[in-house]
Structure formats: structure tokens, C-alpha cells
Design a protein. Structure first.
Length: 552
């Protein structure tokens, strides 16, 4: 039985390889078998088959399809209890039966059952597998695809930390406990690395040679090539295809304890055996490993988790958190996978849409405290309940004269808020016109106003990141929209109506006086003027007249 199964598996792989090769020949323009219509028909049939499978799973069986890729789909059965594993299999068999009924030469099979999944991007996910053994016991495992911890160019400790973080995320425990466990692990790893307790083999990175070391035109920027050349100088055999282990070491210091001209990471790469023979002279560059090997993969895994931002993760590793105050990989570009369940900014709640903006703050002339401006309404909490109050009063509960933020009347308060708005807008616009760019690679974080002639590539040698605007046009528009919404009474009422806490619009407007409404109306006009002056999301009427002529 086993021999027969092995032979069938070999034959299956041979047929698959032949079919893939034939498809490549049909789609390659320089092939003697080039036939683009046939290649297009192959992919079209694949898409059609996959889409029909999705339709059956969703419309016929009533399940949710959460992911699909090339020749497979993943279905959410909405069943969380392991005791109902039999029911999960029955649903899978039903989908399989409905799909196989449509085709004579194609057969759908259940490849696996997952307890939980972490979907990052297309072809990048981690899943906790569930398997029922012959004796009835349930066995758990992991399936990883496209993640950093399955690639060779990460050190051993980076992979160990990635596996720990993945296990925590897929554990199904309370989110706060998961985050706390991840934070504790990062703190422990950083402490071990800085104290020298981490074993030397945990720092080893392995990368293969695709050609002879002397044939690399950019060999000076590739650590494994540098180590391979050193091995050749020491008469050690190095061939194409070999996997070269290396460790990035600290810069050597001169006798006067002053560091030499800082060499690149590639120039500081050494073979593990050379480090062992140095009697402690050569040491792993702990800070480089924390920024380049530990933080980036963990940041990618934790990116969907609220409360585990890249800045917080850097802080737990003992790094300068101010270098990581930007969203990881945020470049304003959208791929196909980003458009799934995409919600336009205009439909988001204010808490979500404006969570990253620089808040508008007001100085109270009475208590001398600068506080965030609450908007048209503010919630005043006491021991028993919460009530609404006008935003034209100081939010400091200990303020002795909170009305009008310490000013005497509406006119003085309006003038103060108007001036504060002008200063706030000027500060936001100044940051934009500074034209500061930052590398999106967490381990680099280079900030500069210079641009490369090659486009958005990072200017730091050896870095593969992209330079992104720190304050882009869209960010400025979001800031100005935030300011405009603060003084928009209709918008404030709609936000509170959606929460269904304080009643309808008519009831909400009764909580502020008519003079407050008039003041907010004038302030809203000022804020709206700042927003419209940016013209970020406006198309001038003159453009249409220039393209199509005036309306007859």
C-alpha cells in the first residue's frame, strides 16, 4: 500500500511539473510554442472554477469564504468548539460533493482544518491546524506560508521569536493576555542579548550563493558574499549553491577606545567559527539584531493587533521608540488584497478616522491648563451617569471658571479659538512643506529631505526600504478635515446619534445655548475655509470648462 501510494505521488508531481512547464511555454512570447490565447484560456478556466466554488460555498451551503488563492479556498464554518469537529467535516464534505458534481475531470479535496488563522497578505498567513487521530484524540499543529520565519535570511532567534508570537496570536486566548505575553517575551529576549546570555548560534544567519562570490557586482553590500570571499582567502572551498552562515559583529574600537569609521553591516559580517576563535574580541552587534532581525518580523505579525504598534514593540525591545512612530509599511498604495472589505475614510467613525492626527488643543485662561478641544459637545461624567455639555467650556474638572475657556464672553472665546486654529493649521502645513521623507524599513528609519534619482529607494547603502513622505497630502487633508469636524454641529449630532446614548438631534441641540450654536457656526466657517483652501479632494469647475467647454 505504501509503495503504491509513493509511486502515485511521484507520478502526480511529474504530471504537475509537465503541465506547469507547458503553460509557461504557451505564455512565453519567445517560446516556439507561444500561444497566448491558449494560456489565457487556462487561467480563465482556473478563475471560473474557483469562483464557482466560492459561489457554491456561500450561496448553496451558506458559509463564509475568507480567502482564495490560485487553486484553493478557505471557508469559515463559524464553529469554534473542537467537540463539533465532526460537524465541520460534514460541512466540508458537503461543499466538496456540490463542487465535484459539476466536473468530470476535476475533484475537490479537503486539505486541512484550521482552528484559527492570521491572514496578513496574499500568500502570507499562519494557521493552527486541527487533526483527529485514529484513537479520537485531537492533534494541533501549525501551517506557515510566506512569513519571515520560514525564510533563510533571518537569524535563529528571529525565527524563534516569530514562532512564539505566532503561537500566541493563534492560541485563542484573551487579546490582552496575548499582548502581555508578547511584550514579556520581547523584554526577556532583549535583556538576554544585551547581557550576553544568548547563545552564539542564535545570531547565525544563513544565505545561499547563487553564483561565485567574485561574480557579484554588489558584493560589498551583501554580508554572505563578504564572508564567502574571506573563506576563499583562507583557502576554504566555496561553490555556487553553498549556504554561507554569518554573524554581524560590533564595530571594532581603536586603542583610545574611540570607534573607527563606522563600517556597513556587510563589512562587519564574520563566519561563526572566526568569532569563536577571536576570544571575545568579535561580538554580535546586539542593537543591529534587535532593529534589523527581531523587530521587523514581529511588527509584521502584530500589525493587525490593536495595542501592539511598531512603536510599542520597539519600546519593549529597549529601542528608541520615536524612530518608529509611523505605521509599518504604510505607503499609501493599495493592492488587490487591500481592497477586500475596504471602507472609505468618509464612512469611518471619527475615533478611527482621526486617531493618528495631531490633536487640536486649547489653553484655558482660568486654570492655565492646555487640554484637547472636545468639539461641539463634551461628555461630563459623575458618579451616577454621564451628561452632555457645550464644548465652549474647559474640560479640566478642577477649573474654577470653565465657561468660555476662562474668557469673559462668546466674542473673546471666538477670537481665542480662531487664533488657536490659525496657529495649529500653520504648524501642520509647515511640517508638510518641510518635505521630510522616512524609510519604511523599521530597522533603518532614515529621515531626510533628499530624494534618489532612482525614485523612492532608500538612500542608506544596503537598505531595501522605500522612502515615504512623513506628512503626505492625504495626511494634511485628514488633519484639516478633523479640525472642520470639531466645529460642525450637524456632524457632531450624527456621531452621537449613531451611539444611541443621548437621543436624537433635536434633543442634543437643546444641551447648548443659541449663542453657543452661533459661535460654533462661525468657527465652522473658518475651519471649512482652511479645508477648502487645500483643494486636496476638489476638482475646479474651470477644469471641466477647459476640457468640455462652457455649458450651452
Amino acid at each position: 500500500m505504501y509503495f503504491r501510494f509513493l509511486q502515485l505521488d511521484i507520478r502526480q508531481k511529474a504530471l504537475k511539473l509537465t503541465a506547469n512547464s507547458m503553460y509557461g511555454c504557451l505564455g512565453f512570447s519567445n517560446s516556439r510554442f507561444f500561444a497566448q490565447p491558449i494560456a489565457a484560456m487556462v487561467t480563465a478556466m482556473g478563475r471560473e472554477t474557483l469562483q464557482r466554488t466560492v459561489d457554491i460555498a456561500q450561496n448553496t451551503v451558506g458559509l463564509d469564504v475568507i480567502y482564495g488563492d490560485t487553486d484553493s479556498i478557505m471557508i469559515n464554518t463559524r464553529i469554534n468548539d473542537e467537540k463539533d469537529l465532526k460537524k465541520v467535516k460534514e460541512l466540508g464534505e458537503r461543499v466538496k460533493k456540490e463542487v465535484n458534481r459539476l466536473y468530470k475531470t476535476l475533484e475537490l479535496e479537503i486539505d486541512g482544518i484550521f482552528r484559527s488563522m492570521l491572514l496578513l497578505k496574499k500568500k502570507k498567513y499562519a494557521a493552527k491546524t486541527v487533526e483527529e487521530l485514529p484513537n479520537g484524540e485531537v492533534k494541533y499543529g501549525q501551517e506557515l506560508k510566506g512569513l519571515d520565519l520560514v525564510r533563510r535570511d533571518w537569524c535563529v532567534q528571529s525565527k524563534d521569536t516569530g514562532r512564539f508570537v505566532t503561537e500566541q496570536i493563534l492560541s485563542g486566548q484573551d487579546s490582552e493576555l496575548v499582548i502581555q505575553n508578547i511584550f514579556s517575551h520581547l523584554e526577556e529576549v532583549a535583556a538576554k542579548m544585551r547581557s550576553g546570555e544568548l547563545a552564539m548560534e542564535k545570531y547565525v544567519i544563513t544565505k545561499g550563493l547563487s553564483k561565485h562570490p567574485k561574480d557579484y557586482p554588489d558584493g560589498k553590500s551583501q554580508p554572505h558574499v563578504q564572508v564567502a570571499k574571506m573563506m576563499l582567502q583562507n583557502n576554504r572551498p566555496v561553490n555556487t549553491g553553498d549556504h554561507i552562515p554569518y554573524i554581524i559583529t560590533e564595530p571594532l574600537k581603536q586603542e583610545n577606545d574611540q570607534p573607527t569609521k563606522a563600517p556597513s553591516a556587510a563589512e562587519r559580517a564574520r563566519h561563526p567559527e572566526e568569532i569563536a576563535r577571536s576570544d571575545g574580541v568579535l561580538k554580535p552587534d546586539v542593537e543591529w539584531y534587535l532593529t534589523q532581525q527581531i523587530l521587523p518580523p514581529v511588527a509584521r505579525l502584530c500589525d493587525p493587533i490593536e495595542g501592539a504598534s511598531q512603536q510599542i514593540l520597539a519600546e519593549k525591545l529597549g529601542l528608541d521608540a520615536s524612530r518608529y512612530n509611523h505605521s509599518y509599511g504604510s505607503n499609501g498604495d493599495f493592492g488587490d488584497e487591500d481592497l477586500i472589505d475596504y471602507t472609505p475614510a468618509s464612512l469611518l467613525k471619527d475615533e478611527e478616522r482621526f486617531k493618528n492626527v495631531e490633536k487640536f488643543k486649547v489653553f484655558c485662561m482660568s486654570c492655565g491648563v492646555e487640554s484637547e478641544f472636545p468639539g461641539v459637545f463634551q461628555t461630563v461624567k459623575d458618579q451616577m451617569s454621564s451628561t452632555l455639555a457645550s464644548g465652549l467650556r474647559c474640560t479640566n474638572p478642577t477649573c474654577s471658571q470653565p465657561m468660555f475657556w476662562g474668557h469673559t464672553n462668546h466674542y473673546a472665546c471666538f477670537s481665542s479659538l480662531n487664533n488657536a486654529m490659525a496657529i495649529w493649521v500653520r504648524g501642520v502645513m509647515t511640517k508638510y512643506y518641510e518635505g521630510l521623507n522616512r524609510c519604511d524599513e523599521p530597522g533603518c528609519g532614515l529621515e531626510t529631505r533628499q530624494l534618489s534619482v532612482k525614485g523612492g529607494v532608500c538612500l542608506r547603502r544596503g537598505c531595501t526600504g522605500r522612502m515615504m513622505s512623513v506628512d503626505a497630502e492625504g495626511d494634511i487633508h485628514t488633519h484639516l478635515k478633523y479640525l472642520e469636524s470639531l466645529f460642525d454641529a450637524d456632524h457632531a449630532c450624527k456621531q452621537l446619534e449613531d451611539k444611541q446614548t443621548f437621543g436624537r438631534k433635536a434633543d442634543l441641540l437643546k444641551t447648548i445655548s443659541k449663542h453657543d450654536k452661533a459661535t460654533f457656526f462661525e468657527l465652522h466657517e473658518v475651519a471649512k475655509g482652511h479645508l477648502e483652501s487645500s483643494a486636496y479632494n476638489w476638482i475646479s469647475n474651470s477644469l471641466w470648462r477647459g476640457l468640455f467647454g462652457s455649458k450651452q
